[in-house]
Design a protein around this ligand. Structure first.
Ligand code: BES
Ligand code: MN
Ligand code: ZN
Length: 488
């Protein structure tokens, strides 16, 4: 991982990054920002002339590289930071990594008046944009290995840098899990990865429910969906319980390690990327580990129901009746609507056994998410206006977009089955909405303190852009961590 350090003084490296701020609300020429470390007068004069000669606007993420072959430092990167807030610096951090991918060591001169959040944004943007998923030597990673941030008072920025680092590290953990091919990533493997990280955080509790324990306790949804696979299902229950915490949040994440669709098999076009169908599970465990690493004063339990949805002689069928944890039943209308079956068990378990203050689930639940909102925005459902506002706002500040969708009352009747309490997938339109209505049936007393994110679309990026790499995005980790930090 890229090493980011705070330094006082002008920095040691021969690439210097100078921030350029935009003039609010205009695309008027921007100006160089006075930096915390004192730079030689001739350098400032040159850089100032450069900003105007190059007609820089200071827009967040704008870059202009200037070579000075006979001078020191030999390279100047003019870097647009927008308003100089966290969002602007996040874009700038990502742009810097992309513009200086050939350099190994660079120094950024922070503005004299930069708030601590600027360093958080810079760190998150740079670390997330440097991310690559590699199983072989093919392809190239950015060479950039060291980034010095030149400041006057390191103490002012330490905590922000630590938060940015932890947030990025956990987002990259979620990306790694989600990018991993499913030949490796079975439910047991996923649980082992969580155990590996949990071991470094002694105050975190981990229980991995084995198939016989799931059967004993009546987790019929997880067992039905996992029944067609040679690799048995698991339920990961990960807890962070700091002394004195007064709020308990349960985070549930869909963990289908591969989704063939089951007997209702998907065509290849819809199946080939279905290793990502555990992105919700990855996000909730990563956010919980991040909260523990940051010692946030809130109790968190992450539940990740893990199963592989395969086609075989032991696979569940359309028309089967599934007995969920807690006793409610579903008639499986389509084995490709498998995520909601495993989530139903986990939600019912959370309500019955953990009785949290707030229940949040994240799931790559429906293709309808991207039909409604495109590729970068999650669909959010809740009855609770306050939670809706808080979660949309914190996610947006973190650089993740979601949009609140309606839990349309009229469509509840679609769920009526002759054979069971509910149809799993009535298939009468509004796929993302109806899936949310189905999940709500399992939230019991927590019904108005439950939030569901259908994050099928933003979990994956088809290109490397800003702080996103191609492939898994780690969507949810940043927004959840920021929201959790507001509780307690
Ligand atoms: N995992 C898929 C949803 C999905 C689609 C995630 C595209 C990411 C990208 C889910 O299990 C699924 O197959 N949903 C079906 C539901 C239908 C059978 C009611 C869908 O959306 O078509
Ligand atoms: Mn499916
Ligand atoms: Zn699925």
């Amino acid at each position: 991982m890229l090493d980011i350090r705070l330094v006082t003084g002008p920095g040691r490296f021969d690439t210097l990054v100078l921030p350029v701020r935009s003039v609010e609300g205009t695309d008027a020429p921007a100006s160089l920002v006075p930096t915390a470390v004192t730079l030689p007068d001739d350098l400032v004069t040159e850089a100032t002339a450069l900003v105007s000669a190059a007609a820089l606007t200071g827009a967040a993420g704008e870059t202009r590289l200037h070579l000075r072959p006979l001078a020191t430092p030999v390279r100047l990167l003019m870097l647009g930071v927008g308003d100089g807030d966290e969002t602007g610096w996040r874009a700038a951090g990502a742009a810097l990594v992309r513009a200086l991918a050939e350099e190994t060591s660079v120094t950024v001169a922070l503005p004299a008046d930069a708030p601590p959040e600027a360093v958080r944004g810079l760190a998150e943007g740079a670390l997330l944009a440097s991310y690559r998923f590699r199983l072989t030597d093919a392809g190239s990673s950015p060479a950039l290995a060291e980034l010095e941030v030149a400041v006057d008072e390191p103490g002012r920025y330490d905590a922000a840098l630590d938060t940015g680092r932890t947030t990025a590290r956990m987002t990259c953990f979620a990306r790694d899990l989600t990018n991993m091919p499913s030949s490796v990533k079975n439910p047991e493997w996923f649980a082992d990865q969580v155990a590996g990280l949990a071991a470094d955080l002694p105050e975190v509790d981990l229980r991995v429910w084995q198939p016989d324990e799931l059967a004993e306790a009546g987790f019929g949804g997880i067992l039905a969906v996992g029944g067609g696979s040679a690799k048995g299902p698991r339920l990961v229950e990960l807890g962070w319980h700091p002394a004195g915490a007064t709020t308990h949040v349960v985070l549930v994440g869909k963990g289908i390690t591969f989704d063939t669709g089951g007997i209702s098999i998907k065509p290849l076009s819809g199946m080939k990327l279905m290793r990502k169908d555990m992105a919700g599970a990855a996000a909730v465990v990563a956010a919980t580990l991040g909260a523990a690493a940051l010692r946030l004063p809130v109790r968190i339990t992450a539940l990740a129901p893990l199963a592989e949805n395969m086609v075989s002689g032991s696979a569940f069928r359309p028309g089967d009746v599934i007995h969920h944890y807690g006793g409610l039943t579903s008639e499986s209308t389509n084995s490709d609507a498998e995520g909601r079956l495993v989530l139903a068990d986990a939600l019912a378990y959370a309500v019955d056994r953990l009785a949290p203050d707030v229940l949040v689930d994240l799931a790559t639940l429906t293709g309808a998410n991207s039909i409604a909102l495109g590729t970068r925005t999650a669909a959010m459902y809740t009855e609770n206006d306050e939670l809706a506002e808080a979660l949309v706002a914190t996610a947006a500040e973190a650089g993740e977009r979601s949009w609140r969708m309606p839990l349309v009352g009229d469509y509840v009747e679609y769920l009526g089955s002759d054979l069971a309490d509910f149809y799993s997938a009535p298939n009468r339109g509004a796929g993302s909405v109806v899936a949310a209505l189905y999940l709500r049936e399992f939230t019991g007393d927590l019904r108005d303190r439950w939030v569901h994110f259908d994050m099928s679309a933003p979990a994956w990026s088809s290109d490397a852009k800003a702080e996103l790499a191609k492939g898994a995005t780690g969507w949810g980790v940043r927004g959840l961590l920021r929201w959790l930090a507001t509780l307690g």
